[in-house]
Design a protein around this ligand. Structure first.
Ligand code: HEM
Length: 491
């Protein structure tokens, strides 16, 4: 037995001293256990309740604190307070994640990575919930649950099925750009430190003079982009399922602080209507030749959370957490996400998730008339719980956070607006043509390995024409590689 310390006494949850934490109480030596043993009953009951629902996507992740520092003047473009002075630092929390795996899944897998950032600004928390890819598979939020179901475990077989993955994609040609990205070299990052981050969606910035811009965020890793090929990843994930978590945690513990240089692309709002791509289409990028990168700052991670459950598992990011000077765009996907996240948090963490330390504002306080609910820690004491009131309670500012967006037309379930150059394949082809010969070879091998394992001929027949449409060489080489695998399987 460890020596008894007088300084620290083990107590029950209500603070009473515990006499014995090793032997449960019994009715006589060798007799049945007594229900009156408060320590035993409380301990077992508490243990049963340790798990909360995992995130429906992005369940597996790693987090760290740090800061964002403004390096370049952006006041002509946004009045966001945390961006208003060169040199200004804002505390941040960043959670990286994989998408499809459940809690405990391996880190080194082919999957997009989440890049969810919370800025604790003086005007409230600003959440930028992005990925390590500038685009996404779909462009309408109504497709998201079906898409995710097709990528996760099959309800009957209980394993991920290539047939489901490609069956869904065969009806979703707009996925081709993101598929080309995912099966390319960047599809399996070597670690969370060695990948870029993107806001992915188009957002709105509004300057003090009212000028509005559409904006896209890019976080370029200063560690260099490093990736694993399929073989390296399979070996690593077998040896160490937690490789990304271990890498991030150990780097920060050793004082090797990862950093990213932050850039934005800016489009004056008036240019959106005639741009050759729909600038709100999440399956497209804005070519840098059209809208160059402007450096704005530096993101540094320098502190590990003290407690993974409290700070990483309970972290709640919501794309609808904006601050004055930053707002949403009409991107349909973003609009869907403005609802989905806070709703997920209310289910997963409860209505008072914003009061948890990692989620609560740090550089300001939350003051409103929302009250009570399960687990309320901040009840606002004696303050009045209605508004307006004559007790000097908090009041609205009458200043819109973002600029208004003009709308016109009829309500209805409309397909995404297509601009002159918009199709599902053009940018996938551009990405393919940018690749070196080696990259193309690995891309084809990765795709052929996955499509080659699909059992249903009709799925393969539906999906291959997408690659031909993107680039003739891409289509021809992939088709040959898939046929070689399928013919070898049949032989
Ligand atoms: C309409 C499309 C989408 C819907 C409905 C959706 C929904 C969700 C939901 C419900 C969660 C779990 C939240 C939680 O329980 O904490 C989540 C997590 C996440 N999503 Fe999405 N998502 C969508 C698209 C996207 C896109 C396009 C991106 C990136 C550009 C993205 C990035 C993330 C990230 C990074 C997380 C993990 C956040 C964290 O670390 O806690 N999602 N998503």
């Amino acid at each position: 037995m460890p020596e008894t310390s007088t300084a620290k006494i083990l107590t029950t949850e209500s603070g009473a001293p515990v006499a014995d934490n090793q032997n449960s109480a019994q009715a006589g030596i060798g007799g049945p256990v007594l229900i009156q043993d408060q320590q035993l009953i409380e301990k077992l009951a508490r243990f049963n309740r340790e798990r909360i629902p995992e995130r429906v996507v992005h369940a597996r992740g790693s987090g760290a604190y740090g800061y964002f520092e403004v390096t370049d003047d952006v006041t002509p473009y946004t009045r966001a307070n945390f961006l208003n002075t060169v040199g200004k630092r804002t505390e941040v929390f960043l959670r990286f994640s994989t998408v499809a795996g459940n809690l405990g899944a391996g880190d080194a897998v082919r999957d997009p990575r989440g890049f969810a950032l919370k800025f604790y600004t003086e005007e409230g928390n600003y959440d930028l919930v992005g990925n390590n890819t500038p685009v996404f598979f779909i462009k309408d939020p109504i497709k998201f649950p079906d898409f995710i179901h097709s990528q996760k475990r099959d309800p009957f077989t209980g394993v991920q099925e290539a047939d489901n993955v490609w069956d869904y994609w065969s009806y979703s040609p707009e996925s081709l750009h993101q598929i080309t990205w995912l099966f390319g070299d960047r599809g399996i990052p070597a670690s969370y430190r060695h990948m870029n981050g993107y806001g992915s969606h188009t957002y709105q910035w509004v300057a003090a003079d009212g000028a509005a811009y559409w904006v896209k965020y890019h976080f370029k890793t200063n560690q260099g982009v490093r990736s694993l090929d399929a073989g390296q990843a399979a070996e690593l994930v077998g040896q160490d399922a937690d490789s990304h978590q271990r890498d991030l945690h150990q780097a920060i513990e050793r004082g090797i602080f990862p950093s990213w240089t932050v850039h934005v692309q800016l489009m004056p709002v008036a240019e959106a209507a005639d741009y050759r791509f729909n600038p709100f289409d999440l399956t497209k990028v804005w070519p840098h030749a059209d809208y160059p990168l402007h450096k704005i700052g530096r993101l540094v991670l320098n502190r590990n959370p003290d407690n993974v459950f409290a700070e990483v598992e309970q972290a709640a990011f919501s794309p609808n957490n904006f601050v004055p000077g930053i707002g949403p765009s009409p991107d349909k996907m973003l609009q869907g996400r403005l609802f989905a996240y806070a709703d997920a948090h209310r289910y997963r963490l409860g209505v008072n998730h914003t009061q948890l330390a990692v989620n609560a504002p740090r550089a300001t306080t939350a003051q409103n008339y929302g009250r009570d609910g399960l687990g309320a820690a901040n009840t606002a004491g004696r303050a009045k719980n209605y508004e307006p009131n004559s007790y000097d309670g908090p009041r609205q500012t009458d200043q819109a956070l973002a600029a208004p967006t003009a709308v016109h037309g009829w309500t209805g379930t409309h397909a995404a607006l297509a601009h002159a150059k918009d199709d599902d394949f053009f940018q996938a082809g551009e990405l393919y043509r940018l690749m070196s010969d080696g990259e193309k070879e690995r891309l084809i091998a990765n795709l052929a390995g996955s499509i080659g394992s699909v059992g249903r001929d009709d799925v393969v027949e539906r999906v291959l024409p997408f690659f031909h449409a993107a680039d003739a060489d891409y289509g021809r080489r992939l088709q040959a590689a898939v046929e070689a695998i399928r013919n070898a399987d049949e032989a």
